[in-house]
Design a protein around this ligand. Structure first.
Ligand SMILES: [Zn+2]
Ligand SMILES: [Zn+2]
Length: 89
C-alpha cells in the first residue's frame, strides 16, 4: 500500500510534477453492498487533488473528469502501469 503512496500524486504526475507527497484515495466501487474494493483500487493523491477544491472529492466523480479530461479509472490505470514497471520517480 505504501508503495502506491510513494508514486506521488497521480494528478500532479499527469501535469508534469511527479513525486508530490500523496495520501491514498480508495475508489468506491459502488457495485452492490458488502463488496469491498480491492487493494488495486487505490489512487495516490496530494491533499489538494484529493480533498481540495480541485480534487476528486471537491469536484466529485462527475465534475472531476469534466475538469481534467480523465477520471478515477484512468488514474487507476496509471498506477497499475507504474507499479508494473517498478518506476518510482
Ligand atoms: Zn496533486
Ligand atoms: Zn478519497
Amino acid at each position: 500500500m505504501s508503495l502506491v503512496a510513494e508514486l506521488g500524486c497521480a494528478v500532479c504526475r499527469r501535469m508534469g510534477y511527479p513525486g508530490t507527497p500523496a495520501e491514498l484515495h480508495h475508489k468506491r466501487a459502488g457495485t452492490g453492498a458488502g463488496r469491498r474494493s480491492s487493494h488495486m483500487e487505490v489512487i495516490p493523491l496530494c491533499p489538494e487533488h484529493h480533498r481540495g477544491k480541485t480534487g476528486l472529492h471537491g469536484l466529485g466523480t462527475k465534475g472531476f473528469p469534466k475538469h481534467y479530461g480523465y477520471d478515477e479509472d484512468d488514474l487507476l490505470a496509471d498506477v497499475a502501469k507504474l507499479l508494473e514497471l517498478g518506476e518510482n520517480t
